[in-house]
Ligand binder design. Sequence first.
Ligand code: NAD
Length: 528
Amino acid sequence: MSTAELAPTGTAAPGPLAHDLVTRLAALVTAAPGRPRQASHAPFDGALIGEVPTCTAEDVAEAQRRARAAQVEWAARPLAERRAVMLRYHDLVLERQDQILDITQVETGKNRVSAFEELADVAMTARYYANTAASHLRPTRRQGALPVLTRTVEHHHPKGLIGVISPWNYPLTLAVSDAIPALLAGNGIVLKPDAQTPFTALIAVELLFEAGLPRDLFQVVTGAGRVLGAPLIEGVEYLMFTGSTATGRIVAEQCARRLIGFSAELGGKNPMIVLADADLDKAVEGAIRACFSNSGQLCISVERMYVEDAIYDRFVPAFAERVEAMELGAGLGWDADMGSLVSSDQLDVVTRHVDDAVAKGARVLAGGQPRPDLGPLFYEPTVLEGVTDEMALARDETFGPVVAVARVADAEEAVRRANDTDYGLNASIWTTAKRGAELATRIQAGTVNVNEGYAAAWASHDAPMGGMKDSGVGRRHGREGILKYTESQTVAVQRGMPIGPIPGQPLEKYASLMTTGLKLLKRAPFLK
Ligand code: NAD
């Protein structure tokens, strides 16, 4: 493993964020004066970043009151105006990227290119929904009850207020990218970002205001999820939750009691399959990205790898060697292949999973150690072989830079073992394009990438993204990703003949005429 003595310029642990920036962002939080403050610290070196208010249930209620009032005016605006805000936002996010990337890195400890992926995702989401909202939302003519006589139109109305609860791992894009379609559909937002990463969420929201979003329409409350979650859910019409499966179950119960809809994007234990006909060099590089982007703290990153016997002894050593050569580093330069973990909790899980596996007989092919010489929360990218079911990391999400490789006889065994999990978020298959596309439909995962790790499916914003099994409920992206924030309404206008007996007509006669009519309608080629 390289000790990552990266060039000192731009790669030393960064200094603190400017005081006036931190103060300005903290002021965007909706909180009564005098609330206790909670500090956040930089994973790279433990330095204090800044403080945000510890909001209460009263603050959440006030945020909901303000956003609700602003939403009425926002929903009345033409869609073209809402769209213009998002197109300006797209440009602002790209123009201000240096500052946004600095804040994201300081707060998460991720390397710069992982921060950039988030930023690009925000811009792509803004562009996609700005350009498609009109077609998703426009009133649509539907087949009426009676041909010609019933004119039926489906409408989509904003739900009103949307709650967004987001995690720390992609704190930029997960704070705003699910909100963008909700806003375009005419809703207001109350966001609760993770307590570890409030400033990244706040810079993303500040830029929305600069792009022209009404100030009260997007409210941010900061504090512990277990305190603010319930009041947030109590006062919204829909919840967009991203986080762990355990918390997903809690918020799902709360939403169910209120009979409101929700989307839950949860955890994963994502498999990669490498078959003998894969391009080996591309598969090695793809596996690096798939396993170690954002230090493996990516819901769709790969933690299990099934490699076909015929290629195993060439692929696995080449992969392990490439992993050993990865450069780790703290700092705001572009040089590091991987950054830090985000918190001591994450470091504990990763260390516990690797130590448990090794104690039970797994072999370390690369990495396997924490790296306090680089920063308090660094852990080496790690490849393990010989992982068995009694080891915690075989089935539990590690959410760190650790992958277990296993030899399989053929594609059939690979598919079977890939599906042998409670999760079903993402999967990756390396083989020929045609074979990969066929095998993909047999994988129980919401997204399957062929000859890519995760980015091909994730960044296909026109297509739905989300989890099967314990990995989630609902989808983001595409048509589903915006229509879920709307109430659909069917308006049917009946002309001429009523749908019922004509006054004075004997009921039996009416039923007989209807029967004949239904038989004729079945033969009509233009009817569904
Ligand atoms: P977490 O569930 O602990 O926290 C996520 C958010 O929920 C945070 O904002 C937190 O404050 C809040 N929260 C915590 N307890 C709550 C409660 N009782 N009520 C309401 N909100 C509460 O998850 P985490 O550890 O921060 O995030 C990592 C997890 O998120 C991993 O499992 C990862 O796979 C998952 N994730 C999934 C996706 C996806 O798209 N499927 C994306 C990113 C992360």
